[in-house]
Design a protein around this ligand. Structure first.
Ligand code: ADP
Ligand code: ZN
Length: 219
């Protein structure tokens, strides 16, 4: 199964993709997580990516496409989170999947209104080791600053600071919304209203991809 999760920054793609991967066994491919991993290990790609990411700009298509390409054909199935983010990336994905003989099964669009997105992003934090997301208001780690799962440091991302957030919203509108239209023109986009608790959204998401809505209990 190949699933693309689309939605603005703060829609909850990472949270939901992680849970869905656990309940289905699919491979969660998050380009954001991969890039943060490159930054943390100080690779050449990481050094290049960091300047774009901190401003809330996109990392160049060519870097992203070569980074993700080898994972696309994973026989366990893939859940794409944060990719494709431009029409060029969407076309590259189509080409890669055509070669692998595994077309996209579902494109899911998670929508949330802008005020709620900004509210969510301003209270969001992330484990620097295992990337588990937290909301400092509604679902903070049990011990402040410490990841429930792995004990790693839970911090606010540089690109969740206010200036970067507004740039990311603009970038989403200008470069990523066209990806939504690209898929809609082929008529295969499932719409999910991503308002509600993570459990409620997860139930809608599981149902929409036909994975049942049992999933896992909260957290
Ligand atoms: P969010 O969805 O909350 O904006 P991500 O973790 O998906 O966050 O991405 C963080 C940053 O990583 C983006 O703002 C961008 O700089 C970079 N990035 C992630 N995925 C891509 C991609 N497919 N193309 C270009 N840049 C990307
Ligand atoms: Zn962790």
């Amino acid at each position: 199964m190949r699933i693309v999760l689309l939605g603005p920054p703060g829609a909850g793609k990472g949270t939901q993709a992680r849970r869905l991967a656990e309940s289905t066994g699919m491979n969660h491919l998050s380009t954001g997580d991969m890039l943060r991993g490159e930054v943390a290990s100080g690779t050449e790609l990481g050094l290049l990516a960091k300047s774009y990411m901190d401003r809330g700009d996109l990392v160049p298509d060519s870097n992203i496409i070569s980074m993700i390409q080898i994972h696309i054909g994973d026989p366990a199935g893939v859940l794409l989170d944060g990719f494709p983010r431009t029409v060029v990336q969407a076309e590259a994905l189509d080409e890669a999947l055509k070669q692998a003989g595994t077309p996209i099964d579902k494109v899911v669009h998670m929508s949330v209104d802008t005020d709620e997105l900004i509210r969510r992003l301003s209270s969001r934090a992330l484990c620097t080791d295992c990337q588990t997301p937290y909301n400092l208001e509604s679902s903070p780690p049990a011990v402040p600053g410490k990841c429930d799962r792995c004990g790693g440091a839970v911090v606010v991302r540089d690109d969740d600071k206010p200036e970067a957030v507004s740039n990311r919203m603009n970038v989403y509108r200008q470069l990523t919304e066209p990806v939504l239209h690209y898929y809609r023109s082929r008529g295969d986009v499932v719409e999910i209203d991503a308002i509600g608790t993570p459990d409620e959204v997860f139930a809608k998401l599981s149902q929409s991809i036909g994975a049942g809505n049992s999933g896992r209990p909260s957290n």
